[in-house]
Design a protein around this ligand. Sequence first.
Ligand code: SDX
Length: 431
Amino acid sequence: MQKDDAKLELPNKEAVELAIKHGTLGQPVIDIQQLGHQGYFTFDPGFMSTASCKSAITFIDGDNGILLHRGYTIADLVQNSSYLELCYLLMNGELPDQTQSDNFSSEIRQHTLVHEQLRNFYSGFPRSSHPMAILCGVVGGLSAFYHDSLNIDNPEHRHIAAMRLIAKMPTIAAMAYKYSIGQPFVYPQNNMSYAENFLHMLFSVPAEPEERPDPILVNAMDRILILHADHEQNASTSTVRTAGSSAANPFACIAAGIAALWGPAHGGANEAVLNMLEEIGSENNIPKYIARAKDKSDPFRLMGFGHRVYKNFDPRAKLMQETCYEVLNHLDLLDDPLFKLAMKLEKIALQDEYFVEKKLYPNVDFYSGIVLRALKIPKSMYTAVFATSRTAGWVANWLEMLGQPPLRITRPRQLYTGHTQRPFVPIDKRT
Ligand code: SDX
């Protein structure tokens, strides 16, 4: 890594030299690790300008709308790869050859079932539970199993935990859906592809004759999984890294990531976009909602718009829009009113100087809900689908962090604004 220095002038102190480090792409970083010894911390709520780690997995160029996974563009991966192949790439750094791909898929197939006792976890939830609440609980519960591989210092234990998580997430998510509608759980079919199996477990009904999912819809689901798989150090991935930095159980770390993803500012936005489109209802209401999104006194935001990193188009949004068009066309739903409303809303927002000036573009969540709705997945399951996909990115980052010893616990400092030390006041003396 190329090394040059920044000089920091501090009051009543010698200037501090801080190394500037360059990665292979993106902005260089100023290494401030020694700053604490100079009597100062940096202050960066939300980590707007902070690099929390070194990573070689994913790179985003927010100004030019570029997303690379191990150097491959998201467009190339969507058009030429599969979700499982992307999982291999994210975890191992290279695309698999045919043997590696076959072995990886076969190893995933060995872990698609969940322990029969795990099924009992579901009955403790009200039927009306949000699937993400169930995912948090059930995936966290997986940390009570698999005592054969709890040593995170053992690469084989780390590997099998990663494979179990990728393999079981669709099963667990589909079970959450089946539980919510009172239908029996559907076992995975290992003669199906990953995306096909996911749709099978979601929609197959024992009483109905076995029908394989529509290949066009399977392809759409595989694209959706590819588009959500990883995205640098986003809130949920950073959460997984933080939990993993204390050497916590891998299943518990992923449960923490699921919790962070659930928020409407993050992975919960896809469900919020559908709610927003349904609330807007018709194109005549668009100006009113655009005005609300611009009104600082109104907490309403245009869901599916804006991004911490992308200040240009989110390349995933364009690919998701294409998938949306293909699926709706295949299902003869191009007149879908919500799809037309979404496109109109996007067009109007992108012509509005507020959105242009603040560089607010549609993100991955803006169209994903419309595709998922066309696949007959209920709104409440949208973020569960996102979590299923993002498990690949979470485990890849967890493996990368644990593979870069020494493991250092994440423990930020603060700007303290509370009381200075003061004497205790007995209760009878308090006014
Ligand atoms: C995901 O990090 C990732 O990579 C996330 C993700 C991934 O793959 O992991 O890409 C997935 O989470 C996508 C984002 C999904 N969330 C939404 O669509 C929710 C709506 N968008 C936002 O709330 C917001 O844009 C964020 C949370 C996405 C980004 O927030 P930032 O970077 O902290 O930006 P900000 O809130 O400081 O906003 C900057 C300005 C503010 O105005 P000012 O205070 O400068 O006047 O833009 C405004 C905001 O009010 N703004 C919006 C807006 N988003 C930002 N105004 C209206 N509608 C919006 N959607």
